[in-house]
Design a protein around this ligand. Sequence first.
Ligand SMILES: Nc1nc2c(c(=O)[nH]1)N[C@H]1C(S)=C(S)[C@@H](COP(=O)(O)OP(=O)(O)OC[C@H]3O[C@@H](n4cnc5c(=O)[nH]c(N)nc54)[C@H](O)[C@@H]3O)O[C@H]1N2
Ligand SMILES: Nc1nc2c(c(=O)[nH]1)N[C@H]1C(S)=C(S)[C@@H](COP(=O)(O)OP(=O)(O)OC[C@H]3O[C@@H](n4cnc5c(=O)[nH]c(N)nc54)[C@H](O)[C@@H]3O)O[C@H]1N2
Ligand SMILES: [Mo]
Length: 736
Amino acid sequence: MQHSLTPTLAASATGFAILKGMTQSTVHLAVCPHDCPDTCSMRVTVEGDRAVGLAGDADHPFTRGFLCHKVSRYLERVYHPGRLAHPLRRIGRKGAGEFERISWDEALDEIAHRFREIADGPAGPQAILPYSYCGTMGKIQSQSLDRRFFHRLGASKLDRTICATAGGAGYTYTIGARTGMAPEAFAESRLIINWGSNTAVTNSHLWVLMREAQKRGAMIVTIDPYRCRTAERSDWHIAPRVGTDAALALGLMHVIFRDGLEDRDYLERYSVGAGALRERVLSEYGVERVSTITGVEAGEIERLARQLAGTRASAIRINYGLQRHRGGGMAVRTIACLPAVTGAWREYAGGVLLSTSSMFPLNHQTLERPDLSSPGTRTVNMTQLAEALHGELPGPPVRALYVYNSNPAAVAPDQKRVLSGLARDDLFTVVHEQFATDTCDYADLVIPATTQLEHFDLHTAYGHHWIQVNHPCIAPLGEARSNTWVFRQLAARLGFDADVFQVSDEQLAREALWEGAEHVPEPLRGITLDRLSNEGPLRLNIAERYTPFVEGRFPTESGKCELYSERMAAEGFDPLPAYTPAAESPDGDPQLAGRFPLQLLSPPSPHFLNSTFVNVDSLRLSARRPELEIHPDDATPRGIRSGDSVTVFNERGSFVAVAVVGATVRPGVAVAPGVWWNKLAGDGANANATTSTRLTDMGGGATFFDNLVEIRRLFSPDSAAKTADSTQPIQQAPES
Ligand SMILES: Nc1nc2c(c(=O)[nH]1)N[C@H]1C(S)=C(S)[C@@H](COP(=O)(O)OP(=O)(O)OC[C@H]3O[C@@H](n4cnc5c(=O)[nH]c(N)nc54)[C@H](O)[C@@H]3O)O[C@H]1N2
Ligand SMILES: Nc1nc2c(c(=O)[nH]1)N[C@H]1C(S)=C(S)[C@@H](COP(=O)(O)OP(=O)(O)OC[C@H]3O[C@@H](n4cnc5c(=O)[nH]c(N)nc54)[C@H](O)[C@@H]3O)O[C@H]1N2
Ligand SMILES: [Mo]
């Protein structure tokens, strides 16, 4: 099946339609679907019915023709021998991963029948829980017919909190929306702070711009308890204690106000509460106290504060790693106050950036139809899947779980309890997947999903201002089908209104873009599906040099930057920025820290995208094996050397990793890069065996990095395999 070439390519189609022997080769534009701020434009070369080449699209002004290490291997994923090709029904026990092939009709009939039975039974439709996150970021395959379907069914709603809601909520209290300085502007900044952001790995196209600024003399600072790749390549690495960033930001403000370095004029005109903030930081966040809390030397705090206040074009990149702690929302809110205090918002290349996601005003009401859900339908927080599956949340027990675009058996916290919940015999679980993930092993029915090259989608971005359409360029492999295809089939079987459900993906995209609507939001005016299909990626209608808050006009209620927030006061929060320690930390819970003294961070490995790509052999070989980085001060007393197998544990569970001892982490901190598939890790568990379902202060977010553990040596390899470079698999300790 041949789909439209985009005119950028079609205009010079002769240049791209190359005759190789007898097979015609065509080049198609596509969009990287993965959960990453960069949303890259890609070119796929197709010969006959097969994609034979994939590369970055040099014409995309932001992603500029290069792809990350992982996605440049995307064809290995598409044509992976492990791709699920047919619907499957479980024949073994849950967790064993034993299945038999069935037809799509059998699978769809069974799902429709079970959903109907549960919905009509005593528990009602809220006993059905959809579970999805961002396996694809495409709007059509991730938040269109799926939402309509579960709303119409009356299923429980899912609050998608596993990644970004704490920071989103905190940022919004201060700034008003998830918008901020233009990513392109970082190239012109003079001082750049990566604050809890491993930009070189997780946002590589922004990193390139930071490097350009650095070449022009800018200084790059990274604030991270871990010497991640970004910290390694920065001019200055500040390593605070885990979860103490709000205190650090308040300490910087202390110095700035104390020394009269604030931009008084900006604060007076465009902020609310500068006086109250000033009073708080001067009285409560003196440099010595902040140094004690954060473990950052007083001199470093003074120096950074002076640099920040003395550099107008100073840019702060906050990413989501920072906010995976109990106080994560408040920490992001607090950091987001800084550019108003210094006046950096006056500059094109100054300010703060968390996300560009609220800059794309798609017609979500029409796309998702929340009105189809009955008022009062309960919402389940996805971070609390363990509680949901064990009947510990208000409302009916979960009797059916429909998983798509997510791998909760690997990515959700409190893994042991997630898995025991998934193992319940009275739970009916459907998993729609591209691969036999850990979650599939617990499914009653597994149905095969298409990849981005096989389905249609519409993409906004959370790290730039471009919108793009993805047309399929190859036919679905095997019997794989897209998410929307499945929901159309199920809706038809359940007798749902054809007008709402039997609409094409293209029509859904037109609705999302407000085509035919009377009023189209300004940023999207003139952006239509036809133009996207014909012209390739289009930029939102915003100023060329986007400077959102030069003259205030914050999208908050007051229209100003809210250093003091009435809304927070009304919602029961401290209305001013403040610091609270991580729940699982020496300050937050000294008793727990006595038993489990190490703060474990489990950020994504550069070789994976969350748990996606772990099964691509070349990438897994690059990541080698689950590792645990610890400081010599923590390793030595435990008799642990690099290369030893260690068990990492707390009261929730344990996992096995190979120790890498070095000064890449602060003493008292351990880092386990992930997110491994359990079944491809040493002992069938990854770091989420130890993480908790505790929620953040705001936004109901996950607290993956607020996690105390202890470590014990299991096994030292013999001298031949002792080097840190050893690629041998992890060895289980003999039972003692
Ligand atoms: N290669 C790759 N890219 C990705 C992803 C991936 O899995 N792989 N995932 C994507 C997704 S879903 C997301 S949400 C983003 C995440 O993007 P980032 O937020 O950049 O990613 P993380 O590595 O989770 O966290 C960044 C850093 O925060 C640090 N950190 C942890 N706790 C603290 C703290 O208390 N204070 C401070 N200052 N720093 C702290 C961690 O050590 C880590 O180095 O990346 C996206 N991009
Ligand atoms: N310990 C720890 N845990 C973490 C994190 C961490 O840093 N540390 N990071 C957290 C973060 S930031 C996030 S965002 C979450 C991510 O959690 P998830 O969104 O669950 O991300 P993935 O692990 O990438 O799994 C996505 C799955 O969707 C499937 N998929 C892809 N495209 C499609 C499609 O079109 N249709 C269907 N049906 N399936 C598809 C993929 O094959 C993949 O298995 O994990 C969180 N968990
Ligand atoms: Mo995420």
